[in-house]
Write a protein that binds this ligand. Structure first.
Ligand SMILES: [Zn+2]
Length: 475
């Protein structure tokens, strides 16, 4: 492949610089209509084809935001540092709603257009393959709540005293532009200014908080470890904040109305993390914590990185589940949404292991009960587990259905049965170690697991339990 240097033509006025550069590139056999490309509008996810974008890899998001709950008005500046993975004449960012006021690339004005969730950026100068470039997007407006194919709500959710941003699978495009697909993880810095008396909680570590002369407050958060954008969160409101000082420093923010009812479970944070580290390997991040809002602020808990989100006081099992996701999903992230069971099967299995290790039913007993159909109160719920194979959900509206969670956990249990306990725990810890902070798919998991027992017959695990239709004939 030809490497095309980016000409410097400082003596050309900015307005005509793009045309001059294009002419030079054409003369040199580079760019122009030659091997210049428009970056793809999606990364090819089987369920969310427009999610993410092709042609570049984001390394860092720097977000400066202001939000006023009373007016639901958000102002934002996103500085997105990325590396071009091919020669680009234009590329896409995902952003839904909001008004884009200005876009620059490396400080130079860029042309833009919008269609649906695609914000197309045409820099004045083509971008070379391998070139690191910075896109700055200034935007504002009222962020949207997105209704997913399965009917759940994500994106930007107004709450009783503020708002919370939840992004699985595609909601993060409601509050900042980016490459919104789990396959492109990046570091984050987030600076948020909110009205007097409110707190802004996000991922990573709180670098500073200060009160401005007018009483507004600015919070600066830093996430150094790579994060998939669906795990980015921002919770704005009144919070009672408690810092924990276990092996991993924690920042726990709880809506004041939920503090008393949350205390017992949240007080077990360090204990759960210690237990999880014993089973899954070292905790993958520099900080931990939790965010608890009111029960009607969202319909579900989410494993937002570093500090999972809970709508109301968490049940212990849910707390274990979301903390287990810090290993399975947040550190080892699914390559596409088809690989969702790598998140949910393992996080659900973590609940089973917790039960087994704490005088509850063993994972084998839970497995048997699910298989027999008496794990659930209703026969209908018992049957739902077998609706489709966890390795291949039939559509976007099913990626969070019971087969992905519960039958996914059963696949993990089948791996355990085949390997035996010693090798199984080596497998769990090796998986999180070798794929730490990376993305992985189901083929990676199969190959990795088989490495622990290359001579064994894995066909029942994969063909029947992971990919087979209906309830496998034998438990
Ligand atoms: Zn989960």
């Amino acid at each position: 492949m030809v490497s095309c240097p980016r000409p410097r033509i400082s003596d050309v006025p900015p307005r005509t610089r793009a045309a001059a550069v294009a002419a030079l590139l054409l003369l040199s056999g580079c760019g122009g209509g030659g091997d210049g490309h428009a970056g793809a509008a999606g990364v090819g996810d089987p369920y969310f084809p427009k999610a993410g974008n092709g042609g570049y890899d984001v390394t860092h998001y720097d977000l400066t935001l202001g939000y006023t709950p009373a007016t639901r008005h958000l102002t934002g500046t996103a500085v997105i540092t990325a590396r071009a993975t091919r020669h680009l004449t234009s590329y896409h960012l995902d952003l839904t709603g909001l008004d884009v006021e200005e876009v620059t690339v490396d400080g130079e004005p860029a042309r833009t257009s919008r269609a649906g969730q695609e914000l197309t950026v045409r820099p004045g100068t083509g971008l070379r393959e391998g070139e690191v470039f910075r896109t700055t997007v200034r935007y504002s407006g009222t962020p949207r709540t997105i209704t997913d194919p399965d009917g759940s709500e994500e994106g930007w959710l107004p709450t009783a005293d503020g708002a919370v941003a939840l992004g699985e699978p595609v909601g993060s495009m409601a509050w900042y532009p980016g490459n919104h697909h789990p396959s492109d993880k990046a570091a984050y810095d987030l600076k948020v200014t909110v009205p007097p008396g409110l707190t802004a909680v996000s991922n990573g570590e709180l670098r500073s908080e200060r009160t401005l002369p007018d009483g507004r407050r600015t919070f600066v958060w830093h996430t150094g470890e790579p994060m998939a954008s669906y795990l980015a969160t921002l919770a704005i409101g009144k919070f009672e904040v408690r810092r924990t000082t276990g092996k991993v420093p924690g920042y726990v923010a709880v809506d004041p109305t939920q503090v008393a009812a949350s205390r017992a479970v949240l007080g077990r944070l360090d204990e759960v993390l210690d237990w999880a580290a014993d089973n899954f390997g070292p905790y993958p991040f520099r900080s931990t914590g939790a965010v608890v809002e009111r029960p009607d602020d969202a319909g579900y808990a989410l494993e937002t990185q570093n500090r999972p989100f809970f709508p109301g006081p968490p049940e212990l099992g849910t707390f274990v589940h979301e903390l287990a996701h810090q290993w399975f999903g947040d550190s080892v992230t699914p390559r596409t949404w088809r690989d969702m069971w790598l998140n949910e099967g393992f996080a659900t299995y973590a609940e089973w292991l917790w039960s087994e290790d704490h005088d509850g039913d063993t994972a084998q007993e839970i497995f048997d009960s699910v298989y027999a159909g008496d794990y659930y109160d209703s026969a209908e719920a018992g049957k739902a587990v077998w609706a489709f194979p966890p390795g291949d959900p039939p559509s976007a509206d099913t990626i969070s259905d019971p087969p992905v969670y519960v039958r996914g956990a059963m696949v993990v249990h089948k791996i355990r049965q085949l390997l035996g306990d010693d090798a199984f725990y080596d497998f769990l810890q090796g998986w999180t170690r070798t794929h730490r902070h990376l993305v992985a798919d189901t083929d990676d998991l199969e190959a990795y697991a088989e490495g622990f027992a290359p001579e064994a017959d894995w066909s029942a695990v994969w063909d029947d339990w992971l990919y087979g239709e209906g309830r496998p004939a034998r438990p």
